[in-house]
Design a protein around this ligand. Structure first.
Ligand SMILES: Cc1cc2nc3c(=O)[nH]c(=O)nc-3n(C[C@H](O)[C@H](O)[C@H](O)COP(=O)(O)O)c2cc1C
Length: 199
């Protein structure tokens, strides 16, 4: 990259082509409540992912789409179409999952229910948190993913509210999770690429 291009952050044609050829992986924030910690966790995963350079990673925040509660409106809200378009543009997903009453949030389930074909034949990884690492919520999500034809990878980083957060609100992940996040991403990228042949 030339000095001026570097200075102004412009991509060369070659870099643009490389980015276009890479898979698009969405890091989906599963919680929408005020004061949620999911943005901190999502940004941490994205930071690790971006260093890999093996895909285009982006944060997808359910809250940005202002989805109504399924079936309570005529379905013409622009956020519903935008949500489907965003999912359709992705090749794979990383779900940031928090445990609410031993399951996923109502917001994530509602968002999942708002799309169908846009989910199909893609891969997903799960990063979860909670008092027991969000394991129960993650296992519930795996059952749901089968129904929307999403192949969930095995490696699953689990973060503890007690040891990876300060006061259960400030995210301070232990170093040991790094390898697990990378292994999960490796699997998501490989499976997302393989499933592209079905789409
Ligand atoms: C309605 C509700 C139910 C919860 N139930 C559980 C639970 O069953 N198990 C658990 O480990 N944590 C539970 N928690 C704690 C959450 O995991 C914790 O607050 C976490 O930060 C939520 O993610 P968020 O900050 O991204 O919303 C619950 C929190 C809420 C708000």
């Amino acid at each position: 990259m030339g000095f001026l291009q570097k200075l102004f952050g412009k991509q060369t044609e070659e870099e643009e082509t490389m980015a276009a050829e890479k898979l698009n992986i969405g890091i989906i924030l599963g919680s929408t409540r005020q004061g949620r910690v999911s943005p901190q966790v999502g940004e941490w995963v994205k930071g690790i992912a971006d260093k890999r350079g093996d895909a285009n990673y982006e944060i997808v925040d359910i809250a940005d789409f202002n989805l109504p509660f399924l079936g309570t409106t005529d379905g013409t809200e622009p956020g519903i179409a935008a949500w489907n378009e965003k999912l359709a543009s992705l090749d794979g997903y990383v779900f940031i999952v928090q445990e609410y009453n031993h399951s996923i949030t109502g917001a994530l389930k509602n968002a999942i229910d708002f799309a169908r074909e846009a989910w199909y034949n893609k891969a997903a990884g799960i990063v979860s948190y909670g008092s027991t690492g969000g394991a129960r919520a993650a296992e519930h999500l795996r059952g749901i993913l089968g129904e929307i034809k999403v192949a969930d990878v095995r490696t699953h980083p689990t973060l503890s509210l007690f040891t990876d957060f300060e006061n259960m609100s400030e995210f301070k992940p232990q170093e040991l999770h790094l390898d697990n996040v990378n292994a999960m991403l490796e699997e998501v990228v490989a499976w997302s690429g393989a499933l592209k042949t079905l789409r």
